[in-house]
Ligand binder design. Structure first.
Ligand code: DGY
Length: 325
């Protein structure tokens, strides 16, 4: 019980969250923890949620409609430790009257940083070079060795100009890149960044020396970057994805990287994480990271505190700062 005598709500934490987050959760909730931090399947989440008033999930916990309907009646809220909500069947949550919150804003900078890391790393063949050194195969500097794609002054095409897309644009301006974007609507922030708006995504592709993907996973964006759209990119373009793997058709991207149509790709997200399409790893022109966009100490704490702020608001009967449903 709380020192003031009220009963603490019961909160299931589906993963091991940062220590400071767990400590705060333990102060204000009776928590059910995932001792060994393995990824729960749907049946396990439903079983662990017995007696819980709320569940804090991560982006890799799949919460389909069947699971939502199988959750105990006591569960009234799901707070996801992520900005993305594509892992949750929001319509089913709404139908059952379960409130859902997410964590927008706090991971913008960390994710934009990773997009730039991928852009630079893919363009400049960082992964190939690093492997060469680690495997003791480096034979010394040479004028034509590991020559990559020049970045400064090139055109960066941003698909999805939300918070993260804008943060990428701000960073890319520091590299004197020319910014172009496609978004459902034209944004004043785009003008402020000196970015050129393309109402038609195909027009964006045509100018993309670099394409950076920042649109959420949805039925509309599923396999959006397919063979037809890749064909519209200039030869030698570089593709970067820090959004969701499902936005890219792996077969098409792999074929374009293998044929040399695309110079390189920097990818932090994959369609069936943690499994990768087997075509990526053997390609020297891929720079691959294991979904690290938000992985900084400060950001992960902030994500957890944001999730808790939403839970606190819910149980105090206040409006949620980041209510999704
Ligand atoms: C998110 O927040 O949606 C990321 O993919 C995980 O950090």
């Amino acid at each position: 019980n709380h020192p003031n005598g009220t009963k603490l709500p019961v909160l299931l934490l589906t993963r091991r969250f940062p220590d400071a987050v767990t400590a705060r959760a333990a102060r204000d909730y009776r928590i059910i923890v995932n001792d060994d931090d393995h990824a729960y399947g749907p049946d396990e989440i439903a079983a662990k949620a017995k007696g819980a008033d709320a569940v804090m999930v991560s982006a890799v916990d799949k919460i389909p409609g069947d699971l939502i309907r199988a959750l105990p009646d006591s569960v009234r809220m799901i707070a996801t430790f992520s900005v993305g909500t594509d892992h949750i069947d929001l319509a089913a949550a709404k139908e059952r009257g379960i409130v859902v919150s997410n964590t927008p804003g706090v991971l913008t900078d960390a994710t934009a940083d990773i997009a730039l890391l991928l852009l630079l790393g893919a363009a400049r063949r960082a992964s190939e070079g690093e492997r060469l050194i680690r495997e003791d195969r480096w034979e010394g500097w040479a004028p034509t060795h590991l020559v990559g794609v020049h970045v400064t002054g090139k055109r960066l095409a941003i698909l999805g100009m939300g918070r993260i897309g804008q943060a990428v644009a701000r960073r890319a301006r520091g590299f004197d890149m020319e910014i172009h974007y496609h978004n459902r609507r034209r944004l004043p922030a785009g003008e402020e960044l000196g970015a050129v708006y393309h109402a038609d995504a195909d027009d964006l592709l045509a100018v993309a020396d670099f394409l950076s993907i920042h649109s959420p996973a949805s039925p509309e964006t599923h396999h959006w970057l397919n063979a037809e759209r890749i064909a519209r990119l200039p030869d030698g373009a570089v593709v970067v994805n820090t959004a969701r793997g499902s936005v890219v058709d792996d077969e098409a991207l792999i074929a374009a990287l293998a044929s040399g149509k695309l110079a390189a790709a920097g990818l932090d997200v994959f369609e069936n994480e943690p499994r990768l399409h087997p075509g990526y790893a053997p390609l020297a022109n891929t720079f691959l990271l294991p979904h690290l966009g938000s992985a900084t100490d400060q950001t992960r704490d902030a994500m957890g505190f944001t999730a808790l702020n939403n839970l606190d608001a819910f149980f105090a009967g206040r409006d949620l700062p980041n209510r999704v449903v």
